[in-house]
Unconditional design. Structure first.
Length: 252
């Protein structure tokens, strides 16, 4: 949040990046140095958490064998993200060339898979992906070049247009100045919890006919009664944590 505040001036709910917007002019040398320092401190903190918990006897007893999700159950329940990959199923939207997800197709990163699908596997998965996320940021920074004091990327161009143009376009669309043709539109992103998907059905007006938001937390919540079967009450908190269920997102 401090990095977002440094660039945009807003700490919470910052609308820093929008579609069709270029980041040219927002990234400075001081910002790059702050990002490097943040990654250094983040890797140090994650390493301390990993060292203290990996071979901790109490931690292993509380997580190992709790909330086991098989690959078959994962495939029929519609879960995604870390929960799905901990079962050994390779499902990562960033690696799918059909979506054209940002510049991820030009990045060399690793998608980790689990074996058992229990709470301990999900813990290891999240630790690994935290390290990998920091490495992705470093890879992106190394592809930046300085041209007359402005940082530009050597990767494939994805965003076009200035910040002002994108704000005007977004405002016009949000205020209903454009009618959307009849059709069904679908979009998805790989969020921290899993696949966050939106389906929009239009009828040639400036308001959608139907809109469906598929929250990953809601899909994971449906597994809770099945996974709690035969466990103790104290294990419920373990499942809520490793499944990463946010009830505010579910209620929406």
């Amino acid at each position: 949040m401090e990095l977002i505040e440094y660039v945009s001036g807003a700490r919470m709910h910052a609308c820093l990046y929008m579609p069709l917007q270029s980041m040219v002019g927002l990234i400075t040398t001081e910002f790059i140095n702050k990002v490097y320092l943040f990654i250094k401190n983040t890797n140090k903190t994650i390493s301390e958490i990993y060292i203290n918990l990996y071979n901790n006897r109490v931690w292993r007893l509380r997580l190992t064998g709790v909330g086991v999700i098989t690959a078959q159950l994962a495939s029929i329940s519609g879960i995604s993200g870390v929960i799905c990959r901990s079962c050994g199923i390779f499902y990562d939207i960033r690696c799918n060339n059909l979506y054209g997800y940002g510049i991820y197709n030009n990045l060399n990163f690793t998608t980790f898979l689990g074996i058992l699908g229990d709470s301990y596997d999900r813990f290891i998965q999240r630790i690994r992906e935290l390290f990998e996320s920091a490495r992705i940021i470093l890879i992106t920074l190394t592809n930046l070049q300085i041209n007359n004091g402005i940082y530009t990327t050597t990767l494939q161009k994805y965003n076009k247009g200035s910040k002002l143009e994108s704000i005007i376009l977004l405002f016009n669309r949000a205020s209903g100045m454009y009618n959307i043709n009849v059709g069904c539109f679908y979009g998805t992103v790989e969020s921290g919890k899993g696949a966050f998907q939106v389906t929009l059905i239009t009828n040639n007006t400036n308001k959608p006919y139907r809109i469906y938001i598929r929250s990953p937390a809601y899909m994971h919540l449906q597994l809770l009664p099945l996974l709690c079967s035969g466990l103790q009450l104290a294990d419920v908190s373990t499942l809520l944590g490793t499944l990463d269920i946010v009830f505010g997102e579910v209620d929406r």
